[in-house]
Ligand binder design. Structure first.
Ligand SMILES: [Zn+2]
Length: 89
């Protein structure tokens, strides 16, 4: 897991710039091995300054459990994948 996203906010401000965190419902993409999982309606904390998202520890744990138990997903959608080595900067 992305450590920044798996940490529970200790306070209601962002650790990086001290921005205020707002409770929002987001779509969260979780890389796992070679796969990318997407979760909708995830309650998260979003920093009003840098846009960093934080998940409560319980939410992060639930996402991990879902990935490991792998129940039938609501739906699939394909994600385009690009390798930057194929492009010029
Ligand atoms: Zn921030």
């Amino acid at each position: 897991m992305d450590p920044k996203e798996s940490m529970s906010p200790m306070s209601t401000s962002c650790g990086q710039f001290g921005g205020a965190l707002e409770q929002r419902t987001i779509t969260h993409r979780q890389p796992w091995g070679d796969e990318l999982y997407e979760f909708e309606n995830v309650p998260a904390w979003v920093c009003s300054q840098c846009g960093e998202t934080w998940l409560d520890a319980g939410v992060g744990q639930l996402i991990e459990n879902i990935i490991q138990e792998h129940p039938k997903p609501q739906r699939y959608h394909q994600v385009p994948v690009f390798s930057l080595t194929e492009f010029r900067l």
